[in-house]
Write a protein that binds this ligand. Structure first.
Ligand code: DGJ
Length: 622
């Protein structure tokens, strides 16, 4: 429930399940954060008084906001929105460059509205089944420039979703240098931060630091949300346990470069800001145009990590994952990758699928290697036509044979990428992200297609769509195997290059939206060399993500434990693989491999033709 107490100045109370979030408008027009924690009953504005910080004097050496309020220093206040340049020296919410060269913003309260709408934009967002969510909009106007900033708050069960929209009505161009999605100031210091960092085959390694002073940054500069630092993190009582203690959780519904900072001020306050990474970002906003930030998800629990996980799991299952597969049990799949790598043939795939079927596999996934002249990772990405030597009856012919065997077929794609040795690259060298005439840094011998360009988006929709309509395919594994470098969209003019990563995500979301709407029965699984893009943006379209290329059960236990703090098990792809494991060379009992895979969407990824009779029986029982 959202309430506005209209005293002299409005104050807002958002009740989300067992939590309350409150803030008020100050006499100077800023929004002062009052409380985010366990639910409290508040009957009227007077009952907010104990939550209001008494501003008696501005600390020495700080800047006072204006002469009428010499006791107000923005540096020592809990704010919902911090403008750069008016005395608050902590992480700003927004940084704008104006035509006169000024970078100072001074946003003050203008108006507000409460509604029940949850509009859909180009960026994915949380949704509720009835299409409605309680929604508070608070509008701020810059005192000096014609710029409007809307803060949006949506209440979902135990979570609050925040985003912002900037509208340029100044008559001049402005440049947006930083634009966060949410900011939360907690009047406490000495809190701990648990974040999930990692790398390829070592995603979601949990690390906890207590922050008595200074700043911790959790960010990605990879162009995707990345395994280097997942956008999900927690801020909590250093003594919090699985079942007790204050915990606040944060995530972003976005797949590009993200940024979060947890900053402790000397005045005993902790600021948590999150949004698009300002590094490399610069958006030219013409007069009359607007820009929206991705939605941020925040949640609070007084019941420790488990309480917080329950809130977030429910939120992801109910308000992020969409479509026919939302509540459907997912099929047990057998993936060809670790059994065959690039060495595939129709006969080999059929014999592997048959072995899987005998053990109870319901879906057989043909991974990389089925198209163009793809015998290694150097060729053919972008040429989505079956290799007639490997699949003489095409994808459709193989699907028919698999279906006749009683097993469904899935197919691997890496639609956002191209090898320079491909028909696609030869035909459209300008469809690739690169800086003209400059050497390009390579990753897995492939380049990123420029998804900013609508022609590239159309090409992907058509080429993937054509294959899906040509054969009985029930599942798609959507891979993404390199990070961004040499970021440059040949489609955009030079003055808009700072928008490339953001606009790439918009292009990707358009492609994902269209394909999932056109093929609602197909189960899509996100993948990015494992978990290099495991985020709520992807989960808004694809109901599950391959968690890691590390299929070793012992490594996996830590990786999947990391995910489980913020993501439900129903979105985590996990397979039983062979021994010794291909990534770590470790042997682990089949029971252990099964137990770990069963804490996720269990599948198989091993050459079942090499498995002993006794192991086959065990697998069948499992
Ligand atoms: C990376 C994926 O994570 C693997 O599972 C596999 O699909 C390979 N790419 C194929 O190139």
């Amino acid at each position: 429930m959202i309430r506005c107490f209209d005293g002299e100045r409005p104050a807002f109370v958002l009740d989300a399940g067992h939590t309350t979030y409150a803030f008020r408008i100050l006499p100077t027009g800023q929004a002062e954060h009052l409380y985010y924690g366990k639910k409290i009953e508040l009957a009227d504005a007077a009952e907010l008084a104990p939550l209001e910080e008494q501003h008696v004097y501005a600390p020495g050496n700080t800047v006072i906001y204006d002469n009428e309020h010499p006791e107000y220093s923005l540096e020592d206040m809990c704010l919902e929105l911090s403008s750069l340049g008016k005395g608050d020296l902590r992480e700003p919410f927004i940084e704008l460059w104006h035509k006169d060269g000024g970078r100072t913003s001074d946003f003050v309260y203008d108006s507000h509205s409460i509604s029940k709408d949850k509009p859909e934009g180009e960026l994915p967002g949380a949704y509720s089944a009835g299409g409605e969510a309680e929604h508070l909009t608070v509008v701020f106007k810059d005192k000096n420039y014609g710029v409007t900033l809307e803060l949006h708050y949506y209440v979902f069960d135990e979570c609050i979703v925040r985003s912002a929209r900037l509208i340029n009505t100044s008559g001049d161009d402005i440049r947006v240098l930083r634009f966060m999605s949410q900011q939360l100031d907690i009047p406490q210091s000495g809190l701990a931060v648990t974040s999930f960092h990692g790398a390829w085959t070592a995603e979601m390694q949990k690390s906890t630091v207590t922050l008595p002073a200074g700043k911790l940054v959790i960010e990605s500069r990879a162009g995707c949300s990345s395994s280097r630092a997942n956008p999900f993190f927690m801020v909590h009582d250093p003594n919090a346990s699985e079942s007790s203690g204050d915990c606040w959780g944060f995530n972003l519904i976005y797949s590009g470069d993200h940024y979060a900072a947890v900053e402790v001020s000397f005045y005993g306050k902790t600021r948590i800001a999150q949004g698009i990474n300002p590094t490399g970002f610069e958006f030219l906003l013409k007069s009359g145009e607007s820009l929206s930030s991705p939605e941020a998800v925040i949640s609070y629990s007084s019941e420790g990590f488990t309480g917080l996980s329950r809130n977030l799991h429910f939120f992801v299952r109910e308000h992020v994952v969409r479509g026919r597969w939302k509540y459907k049990p997912r099929p047990v799949l057998l993936n060809s990758w670790e059994a065959c790598y690039f060495k595939i043939s129709e006969g080999g795939l059929l014999s592997l699928a048959k072995a899987g079927k005998e053990l109870g596999a319901e879906l057989f996934v043909v991974d990389d290697g089925w198209f163009g002249a793809r015998n290694d990772d150097k060729h053919s990405l972008g040429d989505w036509t079956p290799d007639s030597k490997k699949l003489p009856h095409g994808v459709a012919g193989l699907a028919k044979k698999l279906n006749a065997m009683g097993i469904k077929m899935g197919l691997w794609f890496e639609p956002e990428m191209v090898n320079t040795d491909s028909e696609l690259f030869r035909a459209h060298p300008d469809w690739v992200m690169h800086i003209n005439g400059k050497a390009h840094s390579e990753g897995r011998n492939q380049r990123l297609l420029d998804l900013v360009n609508p022609a590239v988006q159309d090409f992907i929709i058509k080429s993937v769509g054509d294959i899906l309509s040509s054969a009985d395919i029930s599942y798609v594994k959507w891979d993404f195997n390199r990070v961004f470098s040499d970021v440059y969209s040949p489609y955009l003019p030079p003055e808009r290059q700072g928008e490339t990563v953001y606009r790439y995500q918009l292009g990707l979301y358009r492609v994902m939206r269209e394909l999932t709407q056109r093929f609602p029965e197909v189960l899509f699984e996100g993948c990015a060399s494992g978990g290099n893009r495991f985020d709520l943006g992807i989960l808004s379209f694809f109901p599950q993500i391959w968690a890691s290329d590390n299929t070793d059960a012992v490594s996996r236990a830590a990786i999947q434990e990391g995910y489980s703090y913020g993501y439900p098990l129903s979105v985590i792809g996990a397979h039983i693989s062979c021994c010794p494991n291909h990534q770590t060379m470790r042997d682990a009992p089949l029971e252990t491999r099964f137990n770990v895979a069963a804490f996720g969407l269990m599948g198989l990824e091993l050459d079942l033709r090499d498995v002993t009779k006794a192991e086959k029986q065990k697998l069948k029982n499992q």
